[in-house]
Structures are given as C-alpha cells and as structure tokens.
Design a protein around this ligand. Structure first.
Ligand code: C2O
Ligand code: CU
Ligand code: CU
Length: 488
C-alpha cells in the first residue's frame, strides 16, 4: 500500500465519523490507494456522427454508468455510454439538431462551446434546465461563413458544471474546412482529468480544491491513460486537441516531431505557425499538424504555474497538481517507423474573419475578475466575482447593441490566473500585458494572468439574445464567476 495521500487525508478528515461508523472494512477501503492506471493501449477514437445534406441529427443521452477509464471500470457519467461522447462533424451552413436525454439523477443542459450560433430559444441557450427523465431538442443553425475548427459540447447547468464535466460529460465538434487540407491521418484527442478511488468512484471534491480549481489525479486522452499509436516517417497527421479539464492548464510538447499550429479555438491562422510548445487553458482547443520523424515521441503535459489563492498561508497556496513531474506527464505515445511517406501538398492559406484592430469601437468596458474573502467568513469559501458580483441568472450585467464592435479590458486583480470565456461571439486579442498583438489572434477562451490584463475586441454580429461570459476554471464558474451579456 502506498502512503496515504493528502487528498485521502482530507477526505478522511471530512468523513471521519462516517468511516468510524462503517467499521474496519470501510476504513481499509478508504485508505487503499487506487490501482495504477492501465497505460499503453491502442489509441481509440470516439464514435463519429457526420452531417449529410446540410443536417446532422443526433441523440445524446447523459447517464451515469460503469465506463472504462484508464483501463478500469469507473462509476462515471457519459454521453451515449462513452467518455468522450461522440464526435460531431458538421460544416458551415449546416443545421445541427441534438436531442438531449437526461438520465442523470440531477438537472443538466447542453452548451456548444465556441460555435457561433444563436443563444436564444432552443439554440445555445444556457438558461434551459432539463430535469432528470426529461428530454430537450436543441437546434443550432451555423452561418454559411462559420469558421472551421475544433469546438466541443458540455453541460452548462449553473452550479453543476464542474462536477458533470469532471464526471465525463463532454465531446468534440468539428467544423470541417471549406478547402480540405491533405493529411495522412486525423485524430481527435480529448484531454480530460479525473480522480478515482480504489472502488472506481469519484471522491467528493474538498472546498479548498474547488476554490483552487480541481485537478484530477489521472490525465486521460479519449478516456485512456497514455495510449499509443503508430505512423510512418514523413506523414502529416492532423490532431484535434480539446482541453476538457475542469481547471488544469495543459502545456503540451511533442519533442522530436515537427508541429504546425493551424489555429486555436475558432481562430484559424492565415498560414500554419511552427511551434514547439502549446498552452491550452481549460476550454481551449488546438488544430495541429504533426509531420512525423522516425523514432517517435511522447506527447507530454508540463506543469503550468497558474498562481495561488489570495490570503492563503502555507499549504494550499499552490495549485494542486497531483502527478506533476518535472519532465511532464505522458499523455500519449507516437511510434514512427517504416518506409518514409511521400510529401503532401502545401497547406492552403486561410482567409480569416478580418481584423478588428482597425474597426470603429462603439464601447469600451472594464471586466474585473476578482477573488477574495466573502462576508461570511464562517463559510470558509472565497467569493469569485466579475465586476464585484456573483452570477445571478435573472440579472443582465452587460447590454450590447447588436452589430457593434466593443473593446473589453479584462483585468485580473487576484493572484491566480483566470481563463476568460465568452459564448457565441469570438474575441480578438488586441493587447496582452501591455503589448499589442502583432497578428490577428481569435480565441473564445483567453487567459488573464494573475494580476494581469488583456484587451480584446468583439464584433457582436449575427445574433441577439442573452448569453454568458465566465471563468473556464469550471469550479470558479460554479462559484459565481460568470456574468450575463445581452445583445439587443
Ligand atoms: Cu465551455 Cu460557458 O463554456
Ligand atoms: Cu462556452
Ligand atoms: Cu477562475
């Protein structure tokens, strides 16, 4: 048996009475370390659903069950029994219809993260609540000029988002390219994290970890622990990477291979950018080309310091990163051997959605992200606020005139990073830590560093209605770090 971890100590502290009452067996179970994950299986791909003749209709059933995670049975949540749920492949101009079936024991709903679609009615409406046993028919109409790229879907029921995503409710959405890019293989890599106890259950998450943003002990790719796959030298693979972790930042490296980034979120670059490292905050996606070199490489996630909590002393002042190792955590292993492949044609240039740096700005706003001790110190919970307020779904915080371009200054007054996310309308980053960006960078989740500031511009075009912006450390969102925007 391994020594008792801090998490287990915390859990024992919290459930001490229950454990005593359960007797010796209960105590031993609680103390037993979870078995090591089964690593190294062949990389699996989630099932795929593809639109035909401009339409894709799918049924997504959210349900608890025994699901294979890291090679062991886990009591988790899945869409259609899998983690991740099916990959949905659509094109600009398509209609995507999703029948959400809620067979969870609690309310849920669905959000299509990053898609530029209407937030009203049965569109990407996060104010809908689907009760246990109920179903809801969502319908999303993608505009004809919708940017291609990697998107994803997940629940958005306030107060339960972190738990439901941590439990396994997420899946990828791909908006196909108008002009296809030649590749030898395409892989969806949905990265998530989770903690499982010795019985395969997800332990309760202590308040301290919620405030810091929980990081699971296992980092999974498509529900697997360090899966492997093979290629020949000189091939061009396309990897669609989603950071579906509740709070973990992924600093990814694949040393020894040539990496070209096509884009992040809905922001496709004009031409691919050569990179050797990639930082994905929770909610970000990367569209990556990998040109393979003989021998192979391990995709690794390195520790990313995302700051500390205000006013915390000693332990707990650092984010918990279980399993954080100096040489990173192995996420997946690529082996490259055999006859070199013939080179493929060049990647066509992409004409982006324009550049708001030269636009007329109709309004400038300040968005202040803060974390601090609450009034009721007794609760021990900190307050996570935007412009001094916690989320209230009946209140509209920001009213924008349809069609306007606005400039938002995102200011973080806390000593920890917050990844800021706006629904429906993508953000163009204008200025980061006092420096103007030299190219047009579009993202829907933008990291606002501890005590830092980022300026973005948003074109509030095409749709009206109420939607949200929030911190994509989903524990912070659930704790109230979210506001309502209405475009009129
Ligand atoms: Cu992926 Cu409102 O979020
Ligand atoms: Cu979103
Ligand atoms: Cu946050």
């Amino acid at each position: 048996m391994r020594p008792i971890s801090r998490r287990q100590a915390l859990l024992l502290g919290g459930v001490g009475i229950a454990v005593t009452a359960a007797g010796g067996a209960g105590l031993i179970w609680t103390l037993a370390s979870p078995p090591d994950p089964v690593a190294g299986g062949e990389l699996a791909q989630p099932p795929e659903e593809r639109s035909i003749d401009g339409q894709l209709q799918v049924r997504l059933e959210a349900k608890p069950g025994q699901i294979l995670l890291a090679g062991r049975q886990a009591a988790a949540l899945g869409y259609n029994g899998g983690i991740p749920g099916p990959t949905l492949r659509v094109r600009a101009g398509d209609v995507l219809k999703i029948k959400l079936v809620n067979n969870l024991a609690q309310a849920t709903n669905l959000h299509v993260h990053g898609l530029h679609v209407s937030p009203e009615g049965n569109g990407d409406n996060i104010f809908i609540s689907v009760q246990p046993g109920d179903t809801f028919d969502y319908e999303y109409k993608l505009p004809g000029d919708h940017p291609p790229g990697v998107y994803w879907y997940h629940p958005h029921h306030h107060g339960m988002v972190a738990d439901q995503i941590f439990g396994g409710l997420f899946g990828a959405i791909i908006v196909e390219d108008p002009n296809s890019i030649e590749t030898s293989a395409e892989r969806v890599l949905v990265v998530s994290d989770i903690t499982l106890d010795s019985l395969g259950n997800i332990p309760a998450v202590p308040a301290m970890e919620r405030m810091m943003g929980r990081e699971g002990e296992l980092i999974l790719v498509n529900g697997q622990s360090n899966p492997q796959f093979t290629a020949r030298p000189g091939e061009r693979e396309r990897w669609r990477i989603v950071n579906a972790c509740v709070a973990r930042y992924l600093r990814l490296r694949l040393d020894g291979q040539q990496l070209q980034l096509l884009g992040v979120d809905s922001g496709r670059f004009h031409t691919p950018e050569t990179v050797d490292e990639l930082l994905l905050t929770p909610g970000n996606r990367a569209d990556l080309l990998v040109t393979t070199a003989a021998g192979g490489s391990v995709l690794r996630a390195f520790y990313q310091n995302r700051g500390s909590m205000p006013g915390m002393m000693g332990q707990g002042s650092e984010p918990r990163t279980p399993g954080a190792q100096p040489d990173g955590t192995a996420l997946a292993t690529l082996r490259v051997s055999g006859e070199p492949a013939a080179p493929l044609t060049a990647v066509p240039a992409y004409q982006g959605p324009g550049d708001l740096r030269t636009s007329v700005v109709s309004a400038r706003r300040q968005i202040i992200l803060a974390a601090g001790m609450g009034m009721g110190m007794g609760s021990g919970m900190m307050r996570f606020t935007i412009n001094g307020r916690e989320f209230n779904e009946t209140r509209t915080d920001t009213i924008v005139a349809a069609g306007n371009v606005e400039e938002w200054t995102l200011t973080n007054t806390s000593p920890m990073d917050h990844p800021f996310h706006l629904h429906v309308w993508p953000m163009q980053i204008i200025e980061e830590s006092g420096k103007e960006t030299s190219t047009a960078v579009w993202q829907d989740v933008v990291n606002v560093p501890a005590n830092g500031r980022v300026k973005v511009r948003v074109a509030f075009k095409d749709f009206r209605g109420r939607s949200a912006y929030h911190c994509h450390i989903l524990d912070h969102e659930d704790l109230g770090m979210m506001g309502v925007v209405e475009v009129r």
